[in-house]
Design a protein around this ligand. Structure first.
Ligand SMILES: Cc1cc2nc3c(=O)[nH]c(=O)nc-3n(C[C@H](O)[C@H](O)[C@H](O)COP(=O)(O)O)c2cc1C
Length: 200
């Protein structure tokens, strides 16, 4: 059972990094094998070049896929579970993660038609989990419809049919960390068990 965490935050002094540390220790406790793609630490390139656009935008699967994108495909193919961990910025993921989807969800791989001599289609993973920290409390994000819109975009569109089981956890209310930390810890400490259940 292999877990890949796609982590997106620029600072180790952040609450999101604190959550990453807790998540790692929960996965260790549950004896789950995991690897991390730290998008900022990797300096993952998230701007699409014109050449890439010609492949993606015009669905020309005869054009090459860049090597760094192929590396990400290989990581996905090795995993049973992907966890996306990031802070909510302007009601979505940071642009670095958005750019990961722009570039890594290549046409012919993550969607669209398959070209015979090009690449294989993305596997269907057992479990996709989205964890995001948010300044606003969950109740407020629900009231203003943002929780639902984030869920629609991340779960219904970006995870889509590529995962057998999908979930989104919003760790809201981080403006008052002392208040929300115990509840968030409890959620993070139950993740390893869920992975075992869904990836068994
Ligand atoms: C550029 C930026 C945009 C943000 N936009 C939102 C937002 O739209 N909704 C929200 O609830 N919190 C928002 N926040 C707050 C972050 O979600 C919050 O700081 C984060 O969850 C936890 O902080 P961390 O950066 O210490 O990990 C924003 C923060 C930044 C820096």
């Amino acid at each position: 059972m292999k877990v890949r965490i796609i982590y997106c935050h620029p600072s180790k002094e952040s609450y999101t990094y604190e959550i990453l540390k807790q998540l790692k220790s929960n996965l260790k406790k549950e004896k789950l094998e995991y690897e991390i793609s730290d998008l900022y630490a990797m300096d993952f390139k998230t701007d699409m070049t014109e050449e890439e656009y010609k492949r993606e935008g015009l669905a020309n699967t005869n054009l090459p896929i860049p090597n760094d994108v192929k590396d990400e495909h290989r990581k996905i193919e090795k995993a049973d579970c992907l966890i996306f961990l990031y802070p909510v910025w302007w009601s979505d993921c940071p642009s670095k993660l958005k750019g990961w989807f722009d570039r890594v969800y290549s046409v012919g791989y993550a969607y669209g038609h398959k070209d015979s001599n090009q690449i294989n289609k993305m596997k269907i993973l057992k479990y996709g989990l989205v964890i995001c920290t948010a300044g606003h409390p969950n109740k407020f994000l629900q009231e203003i419809g943002i929780a639902e819109s984030m869920r629609n975009v991340m779960i219904d569109d970006r995870l889509g049919q590529r995962f057998e089981n999908k979930e989104m956890v919003i760790l809201g209310g981080t403006l008052d960390k002392e208040k929300v930390r115990p509840v968030h810890s409890e959620i993070i400490n139950s993740i390893g068990e869920k992975i075992k259940e869904y990836c068994a």
